[in-house]
Design a protein around this ligand. Sequence first.
Ligand code: TMO
Length: 313
Amino acid sequence: MKTFTKTFMAGALAAMPMAAMAEDSSDPIVIPIHNWSSQIVMSHVVGQIFTGMGNNVEFVTTDSQAVYESVRLGDVTLELEVWEGAFGASFRTALEKGGLHDAGTHDAVTREDWWYPMWTKEACPGLPSWEALNDCASVFATPETGDKGRYLDGPVDWLKHGAERVEALDMNFQVINAGSAAALWAEIGAAEADKKPVVVFNWTPNFAEAVWPGEFVEFPEWVEGCDSDPSVGVNPDALYDCGNPATGYLKIAAWDGMEGKWPAAYKALTNISFTNPQIAEMAKLVDVDEMEPEDAAAAWLEANGDVWMGWTK
Ligand code: TMO
């Protein structure tokens, strides 16, 4: 019986592809959680997929820029939302140092930049041009910003160079950092009743586009080198004299050691690709439907088996 089992097992194993033979480590796969809803829900979606495959998963709340150093060192295993506009520079820096790699690109096309709800155009009809916005700066002035226009930027860990852009383009605006994503939605929501003109940081894919029709401000087009070579861009003496990429990538980053340690989970990770509507929906489940992220992830998986089940095979 023993001999039969051994012989049978040897035959069965020989017939299996190599990848199926290596078992994932029982150590937890460490997934970082940041401060915007789609990233939190997507992280739980993928965490629940890994758990369903028999893996252990641990979530850690981390700074969204410092995370690239953590993934590079293997303290964190992966990052599911590498947005080109906000995190391209930190991702590139970590790639150059080594220890993490590009594990895939989502189908989604992204944009992150200055944005206004459509009613703002009534007070500033030249929009979406950034020069027209600048000519209207006084329309956006508040007691806090004096005679300068108020631009409510995202939390400080997202985009680092709002004030430098204002300086590089000689704009009559003051950049204020919101404390949270919720503060951005509150700013738009509070302006809505009186159709008060506002300009805030926003992004796509996001739930907001289904709630408030609006547009991104058109800055000088992003070109490679705008953030590293002063001579690139409209101001020959300054960095950040351009907008963020209007058709940015959304990538997945993984620690170089992930494939060896959790081969099945890694294989699934490289199959993952979410679309703009799927990501907007993940954000909506939390920001509009007010679900807890774990519950939103479970609901998303339940409703979208046809999307993800093939990824784990
Ligand atoms: C990093 N974010 C998607 C909020 O712009």
